[in-house]
Design a protein around this ligand. Sequence first.
Ligand code: BGC
Length: 737
Amino acid sequence: METPTSRSLWHIEQSHFDPQNQRHWETVFTIGNGVFCARGVFEEGYRGEERAAFMHGLFDDVPIHFTELVNLPDALELELFLAGERFSLEQGTLLEFHRRLDLRTGLLERRIRWRSPQGRTTRLHFQRFISLADPHLMLIRFSIHPLDYQGQVEIRAGLNGETDNLQFKHWEWQDQATSPAQARLTCITRKTHLTVALGTYLHIESQADVEREGWDVRNHPVLVARTQVSPEQPVSGEKIVYLYSNRETANPAQIVQARLTQTNAPLWDKAWLAHAIAWQREWEACDVIIEGDEEAQQAVRFSIFHLLIAAPRQDERVSIGAKTLSGYGYRGHVFWDTEIFMLPLFTYTRPEIARNLLSYRWHTLEGARRKARRNGYKGAQYPWESAATGDEVTPTWVPHFADPTQLIRIWTGDIEIHISADIAYAIRQYWQATGDDTFMRERGAEIILDTARFWASRAEWNPDLERFEYTDVIGPDEYHDHVDNNAYTNYLARWHLNTALEILEWLKSHFPETYADLAQRLELTPEELAYWQKVIAHLYCPLDAQTGLIEQFEGYFQRKDVLMADLEPRNVSVQVLFGIEGANQTQAIKQPDVLMLLYLLPDQFSTEVVKANYDYYTPRTDHTFGSSLGPSIQAIMACRVGRPQEAYEHFMRAARADLENVRGNAEDGIHGASAGGVWQAVVFGFAGLQVSDSGWSLKPTLPSHWKRVAFKFMWRGQPIYVEATPQNPSQTHEVSP
Ligand code: BGC
């Protein structure tokens, strides 16, 4: 992977063809519009590529029972034959190659000078964008400029329904229509019967005659155009693609057909304008400026870009999966990554999107209720991994990382229960930042209250110690499973129950009808509410008054002590080094757990407690090979204890997660939580934004070489522009729009 010496602050660039790392680049160069995203594969296709595009909400099942986002039929396909020779970078000589993603607009382009095996040289230029203004439109523009020959070019633009998900085929052909300039294809998923319809129109700009043909190959219609080119007469064209699913409209094929009927001319210039304006608005809301550090500046924009292209703007029944819409990793499933790591960016800059993401949890409440019922609890228990319905979709068994013939039991879907509190936390945070009472009244309250019921019914009374407990759980640190009284879980559960009571009081005084309705529907009897109070009062939430330490779970301090420094050098995670059980027996942790708690509930802990726990847990955390969720939080906590340089190291680990593939798995998709964490680390860490119900303040702790951090956030409907500089670290000013 090349590392640029000087960076463009708005572009990601690649200056050579890199087939070994092509899947990594495909992830990096993913573009999209919050409805669908396409990985940055080359139009003409190569062996070993991970050719995939995903649309929100299009899940289908795989036997034996798991569900995944379906790789769409391929609409990027564009094959060129230059004077009879197939254009392919694997043949001939590549004289020039340059690929560039413009983060401002999501324009992906490629410039090439290529000499064919028979010695003909051509300059080629490809551009593509997925429209942010027209959510069902993708455009590819290309130009073919022969430098030393003349002859015929043949352009083949297909729609290919023969795609699969890592060898599993979800699509069945349903229907198609092909004419010389237009093609349409409709496919349906095998199990969930979701339909997707694609249409394409091929426009060719040539001074010579254009001969056209439509190959009506079943499930793979192709538009073919032939014309003459020469150095004086280059050719250009557009492949216009429309894409609809039956999640949005009853008859997607009909709409695609109607749009095709209206398309008989190039569209790029007109569509580009609307698209670029839409992007400009996004960046006006979300951009973060870092002066004095080009790498950090580029990385923060790259992170925001990838969250923006995955963010549903028109759809409140979908959410962003852990790997966004950029790869197969985690099969498109939604985790706490969304609410705790990605959502704050949206809550504070694009609250409408945050509202959609939270509404997804409201629409999937029934699944969460089913999970609680199945486990014998009341209320709603959110799944650790969620897809279309809110039912638990975490795989129970997966192949062992070292020996794929063995299976590992995955317990997170059974016992990583903190997710319900994480969702409540995100709702409360959204409400605090936006003051959106309507959302809280109509949706948020129901979620918070029904999940509070779960917490109360899940709490176990320990008669010997006269306290409530949560035993047999997994906290954020997944190196340890089946633990009792994970501090993060217990504190968050207590916070959740308290918040539920606060919301009930608020409803009672402001919206008595909603209060009465919810109390009745959720069976919130006075006895039940009294029981919540009892759980709150007696829930075990550890804190050693003498040392200030919070034990991550009961017995953690008795486990074998392991400091990361003593394991150097290593290039694998602690779990790979010691084995799953081995790691479980140590104090090594995969990601911040107690520190995560201190981050989320700052009001509950003193500076001394934060310092003591920071010092204890930091050297025991697998920052390099543990979870990608860790470094950004670690950076924020380092800022809170006044160590900006240390914070910077952690921050850059998060910032490089995908751009430099620091974990070696970026090909599976963007680490969405890390991307959200990068934004949080700048805003809540270095700039030190602190919020409470009564307002916000800034307490910057900038790394020594940063000259300025500036960003905008929304507070109760008002834009606030802030900047922090090292000259006056405690001074900030609000700039009017
Ligand atoms: C992390 C979890 C995270 C999941 C999905 C795991 O490796 O430990 O915290 O939710 O990945 O990103």
